[in-house]
Design a protein around this ligand. Sequence first.
Ligand code: HSE
Length: 433
Amino acid sequence: MAEPLRIALAGLGTVGVGVIRLVEANAQLIARRAGRPIQITVVSARDRNKARGVDLSAYAWEDDMVILGERADVDVVVEMVGGSDGPALALARTTIEAGKALVTANKAMIAHHGLELAGKAEDQKVALKFEAAVAGGIPVIKALREGAAANEIERVYGILNGTCNFILSTMEDTGRDFADVLAEAQAKGFAEADPAFDVEGTDAAHKLSILAAIAFGAKIDFSSVDTAGITRLRAADIAQASALGYVIRLIGMAETEGGNGKTALFQRVQPHLVPVDHPLAHVDGATNAVVAEGNFSGRLLFQGAGAGDGPTASAVVADLIDIARGEVGPAFSMPVGELEALGPAATGHRQSRAYVRFMVADRPGVLAEITAALRDAGVSIESLIQKGRSGDAVMVAMVTHEGPESAISKALELLEGSESLTEPPLVLQILGE
Ligand code: HSE
């Protein structure tokens, strides 16, 4: 069998330990599939003495992880340190500049610096791979880069954050509070080090921007993802959605405008109401799911574990097997020079139905004030419910008929500063077919 592919691991948290376990457990199978053994030679992490539950004695230890790619006993560096900048980015740059391949699970770094790194990798003719950065164990990057490569992808969307999905589906099943369920998600190990990245939608936005770049052949543009998280959702929203035949899921959605002559890129992460008969409504717990609509393939649905040591390690090692086979290919499915720079799409003309929730003072005339603003803005109400007293504010929740998003924005502008509202209204789009 050919010479082993020699691997350096940077970062020995949940994913790093998962990679060690997987490479050790499936060594024979991996070697047969890759055509050569995959051998970890050196590891590095912030704290050498931390108990990790794996035996590191077979591997060299490197104190300065940034120079891992410069070592003579390393062909590929796997970066599992995290963070968009700092040591992770320094390591990525030095590795590629040293002419070594880089595999990373770091969605923040790819969302912010993916183009630069992909350009460097092209110059050096080395692989840059990041299957583990999006949707954990689901091989969706590979599916879009390779399996669906012949298609014009018209839309890509899905559930991209396991923590939020776990929180929402658990709140739905148990009626428990947001904070209580978040603590459980953190204990289970799928939340980010800073859970704000999960619950504010940033993590899903990182992943969406990567998917959009690959799906549409566009330059990655994380900064224009319209992002909202799940922190404003109340148990009452979930109950109300359920009464109307929906579940609430944090959905990342991207599409291009202008058909084949693409003109703009729409990217949004926001909780959506998902009809109970939609496949994404049945995605529960820390599971992720991605839908891609190709002009010849039709709708493709990918589903699986979006986080955790085993699934994420599976994605990392799949990248290593590709590299062992000699696959270098462009990181974003076409060379950086071919990627289009698409500006952010305007959203006002987008047609959809929406769930709009107001928290209001319970006194005469409040409902009339809200419905007058909606009337004046041209928003048509499909259904409306007012829930009984809860302290001194009550909830008024409605579903609108299909209309432009600009009409709802206009209605909210008309209500701005109204003393009847005890907090800003919450608007959630309803996922269509
Ligand atoms: N915090 C992420 C999630 C982990 O909950 O999906 C995987 O990226």
